[in-house]
Design a protein around this ligand. Structure first.
Ligand SMILES: Nc1ncnc2c1ncn2[C@@H]1O[C@H](COP(=O)(O)OP(=O)(O)O)[C@@H](O)[C@H]1O
Ligand SMILES: [Mg+2]
Length: 285
């Protein structure tokens, strides 16, 4: 199985209800998933982020409290300017909050040095971007291995091949990104995001550049990475259909978490978005 076992043995891998999917081999580590014993994959406590000062101050995040369990798929939604990008950047250690604390796999990352944070991002966080962000000069396989290379870890080619097979690109390992369609490139990015077995995979509008059918394929792969590999995915999206692949949709407005839907249906998400967009600007719940 592609999932590695070099994390503390206390990590509760959730086998999920769909263990017969293409990622499954039945060889999960860890014991049964218990909610009480489980350390969240990521936790935000009282996270605030402001830009500017004085009369110009923008409260991009007004105190976010959130804990996401391992093996869950969360969609973060909200109108433009509601704080989605700031949330993602703070949670992923790309930006520092002014107040509050962020814990990744139980470790407080808020006070780490830039050096430590850079290393941590390479090995413990996976990123999937709207624009794929593959390196054109590297082969598909080299792109998938890049996080391990940058982290100075052993490059696990067998695991890269296995992940590529799991995203349906087993035959394309030696190609360059320019020889692939957009959907195929995003599938490479998914394999790349999973290669280090990160605590959390952050996806920023991962289907924003894809047509509907291709978007569904990519979302289905993210879903299966969660269900079959026990990955933890946090996805920012504008798209209610994309959100419907998640276990939970969180709604940001004016820098605060104002609502959530469990097992979100696209129509319910769309309705919620309409009511949020109708809120007066600057009013946080
Ligand atoms: N670098 C910045 N400097 C000043 N204001 C910013 C900066 N980045 C974001 N903001 C402001 O913070 C708020 C939240 O922005 P953002 O997190 O980008 O929201 P979203 O991604 O939901 O559109 C907005 O009012 C935005 O204008
Ligand atoms: Mg944004």
């Amino acid at each position: 199985m592609a999932r590695r076992h070099d994390r503390p043995s206390t990590e509760p891998y959730a086998a999920g209800p769909h263990a017969a999917g293409p990622y499954a081999t039945g060889a999960y580590g860890g014991g049964p998933y218990t909610e009480q014993g489980a350390r969240p994959a990521i936790e935000l406590r009282g996270v605030r982020r402001t830009y500017g000062r004085g009369a110009e101050t923008v409260h991009a995040l007004r105190g976010i409290d959130l804990a996401l369990a391992r093996g869950t798929f969360t969609a973060v939604m909200g109108p433009s300017g509601s704080g989605k990008s700031t949330f993602l950047q703070c949670a992923a250690g790309l930006d520092k909050p002014d107040q509050g604390e962020i814990r990744l796999g139980g470790e407080d990352i808020t006070r780490l040095s830039e050096d430590r944070l850079t290393k941590l991002r390479r090995s413990r966080i996976g990123f999937i971007f709207q624009s794929f962000n593959l390196l054109p000069s590297l082969t598909v396989e080299q792109n998938v291995l890049l996080p391990q290379r940058l982290a100075g870890e052993r490059q696990d080619r067998a695991r890269a091949r296995e992940l590529l097979a799991q995203v349906g690109l087993g035959e394309h390992a030696k190609r360059r990104p320019g020889q692939l369609s957009g959907g195929q490139q995003q599938r490479v990015a998914i394999a790349r995001a999973l290669i280090t077995d990160p605590d959390v995979v952050f996806a920023d509008e991962p289907t924003g550049a894809l047509d509907t059918r291709t978007a569904h394929e990519v979302l289905g792969l993210l879903r299966r990475a969660v269900d079959d590999l026990g990955a933890t995915v946090v996805m920012v999206t504008h798209d209610p259909v994309a959100a419907s692949f998640a276990d939970r949709a969180l709604f940001l407005a004016g820098g605060a978490l104002v609502d959530e839907l469990h097992h979100p249906q696209a129509q319910a998400v769309a309705d919620r978005m309409v009511s949020l967009t109708a809120r007066p600007v600057g009013v946080a719940a």
